[in-house]
Design a protein around this ligand. Structure first.
Ligand SMILES: Nc1ncnc2c1ncn2[C@@H]1O[C@H](COP(=O)(O)OP(=O)(O)OP(=O)(O)O)[C@@H](O)[C@H]1O
Length: 329
């Protein structure tokens, strides 16, 4: 692959866990959180990194930042071994954890940025320039003097993203950046990340449970489970592999028997005048909507995306056909 920026080759992470099994008895057990993982990410790529709870996503990201040392295999970010040269690497990466903030809770937002300025030894002119740009793009002007604890979740997330980018990192790791955000804040964060990637060529590795984050931003998605790569390719391919379905929710004028649109979709639920139709996620909803609108007294409709757990769950149901297609490099 051209200019591989992140490289993992057979990376493993094994945790020793002690568990109490009786009054004085303890059992030692090993948890293989990451199990022979190999992949590369090229400079400027924006890649979704998904998997069920406990799949090994956070452990991978912690190894990529140098917080955790791999138990085996080879790992490089920008040619650097993260565990060995964590401080040198810190100047080239940015990290945002949706569930935790790196901002100073009791201080005004701007103070966290001033601190980053010193910590990363960002040249003054560069700091000013980046701060102005990020404040404008993320609409932070009115929030700079507000203590972080008073910010809403969406405002805090924008604040965190700016903090992670002040030192011009070449790669940004995002762990659930839209978790708990309302629709407007989600859209804003996604739009910003897309722009960052296009304008600055920042490489982005995005962990999320929200398939729309992936749909809006990533041309490539990697699915891991039990620390192993299950799928690596375009999102559309994942939908096909998992035969995932979207749901069309229609409100009719009155209660009617299940609508009949042939093999294009099937009714999975009826509640009064509202009906839920499942159809393949790889298909457009437009012909289905047109047909229902022509043949039934349609009042309103909405389309619901499948969630990641559902897509992955279906992959397992059909695992034999999926694994041979999985790319592991
Ligand atoms: N410090 C640790 N000590 C022992 N086991 C750990 C440790 N950190 C993670 N694990 C275990 O490793 C496995 C992978 O955990 P990890 O946090 O990487 O998963 P994840 O994909 O990020 O999950 P989630 O979506 O729930 O955040 C889990 O079984 C977890 O319990």
């Amino acid at each position: 692959m051209v200019d591989a920026f992140i490289e993992l080759d057979g990376v493993e992470k094994v945790f020793d866990v002690r568990r109490r099994t009786g009054f004085l008895r303890r059992e030692r057990r090993q948890v293989r959180a990451v199990d022979g993982l190999s992949f590369t990410v090229a400079r400027g790529e924006i890649v979704g990194y998904i998997g069920p709870n406990g799949a090994g996503k956070s452990t991978t990201i912690k190894m990529l930042t140098g917080i955790l040392t791999p138990s085996g295999g080879r790992l490089r970010v920008a040619g650097i071994d993260p565990a060995r040269e964590r401080t040198r690497l810190a100047h080239r990466i940015g990290v945002v954890f949706g569930q935790r903030t790196t901002l100073w809770w009791d201080l005004p937002l701007i103070d966290s940025y001033r601190l980053a300025h010193r910590m990363y030894r960002i040249p003054d002119a560069r700091y000013r320039e980046n701060l102005d740009r990020l404040v404008e793009l993320l609409d932070l002007e009115s929030l700079l003097e507000v203590p972080v604890r008073q910010l809403s979740l969406g405002q805090r997330m924008r604040g965190d993203i700016a903090a992670a980018l002040l030192h011009d990192p070449e790669v940004l790791y995002l762990d659930e950046p839209t978790i708990g955000l309302d629709v407007v804040s989600k859209a804003r964060v996604r739009e910003f990340l897309g722009e960052l990637n296009t304008e600055r060529g920042t490489t982005v590795l995005l962990t999320t449970h929200d398939l729309q984050d992936i749909e809006r931003l990533c041309s490539r998605v990697m699915v891991i489970d039990h620390g192993r790569m299950m799928y690596d390719g375009p999102l559309a391919g994942l939908h096909e592999a998992g035969e995932s379905e979207r749901t069309l929710v229609v409100d009719l004028e009155r209660e009617l028997p299940p609508v009949d649109v042939g093999p294009a979709a099937r009714v999975v639920r009826v509640e009064g005048p509202r009906q839920w139709l499942a159809f393949p996620a790889s298909e457009s909803a437009a012909p289905l909507v047109a047909r229902i609108a022509a043949e039934y007294p349609l009042v309103d409709l909405s389309v619901r995306e499948p969630d990641i757990e559902a897509v992955i769950g279906r992959m397992y149901a059909d695992r034999e056909t999926v694994v041979p297609g999985a790319r592991n490099s």
